[in-house]
Ligand binder design. Structure first.
Ligand code: HQG
Length: 183
């Protein structure tokens, strides 16, 4: 499979495992899982046929490790990024002292006023490394890098989760924990 096809399939999987499972007749189980057999059948029925081996390659090669099989290999899920109501069954973890978030200049006034909000997703997404946060911000033009005082928010009762692909997830970050970093 060439990289164009892989990207096309990966986007299709992201869409349906994170946002619109019903659109192709899937239902996410607790944890966000779907049976691989059901997923392959649904993909084929909607114009995205792929084999189990091709799915394994997509999961393995994905640049952000967006998908993961369960231990049996019979179920797949998106590791994070959902907008559908799903309990990923992650355990709360103490975060590193500082986490980062990349955003766009246009979002800054609202973030200054109301902190980081999850918007259409299930959680606010944070990362432990600045470079990744910068890349996330770049999707919307010039990136603005924000540092989050995760230790203080955690101490104040903020509950943090870490997805299997090392994205840090939290319900919201009140403005007093957000610091704007210089370019
Ligand atoms: C902003 C991609 C106004 C927030 C990426 C962001 C990431 C506010 C946007 C993952 C706000 C939401 C998630 C507030 C936050 N007022 N705007 N109070 N609080 N925002 O896409 O974090 O390729 O839902 O800064 O790489 O950008 O899909 O979140 O700009 O890991 O795997 O509202 O999605 O990964 O945008 O990105 P998003 P995000 P994938």
């Amino acid at each position: 499979m060439d990289s164009k096809q892989t990207t096309r399939l990966s986007k299709f999987l992201s869409k349906h495992l994170r946002h619109a499972p019903e659109e192709i007749g899937l239902h996410l189980e607790p944890g966000g899982w779907v049976a691989v057999a059901d997923l392959l059948a649904a993909c084929a029925a909607h114009g995205y046929p792929l084999t189990r081996d091709e799915l394994e390659d997509i999961v393995e090669d994905n640049d952000k490790q967006r998908f993961a099989f369960d231990e049996s290999g019979q179920r797949l899920r998106a590791q994070q990024g959902h907008s559908v109501d799903v309990d990923l069954q992650l355990a709360p973890v103490a975060p590193p002292a500082v986490l980062y978030h990349g955003t766009a200049p246009a979002a800054l006034p609202a973030i200054r006023a109301t902190g980081l909000q999850k918007m259409s997703r299930h959680h606010v997404h944070l990362t432990a490394d600045e470079a990744t946060a910068r890349r996330v911000g770049q999707r919307r033009g010039r990136p603005v890098l924000l540092a989050v005082d995760a230790a203080a928010l955690h101490a104040a009762g903020g509950v943090f989760y870490r997805s299997g692909n090392w994205v840090w997830l939290v319900d919201s970050v009140p403005a007093q924990y957000v610091r704007e970093m210089a370019d």
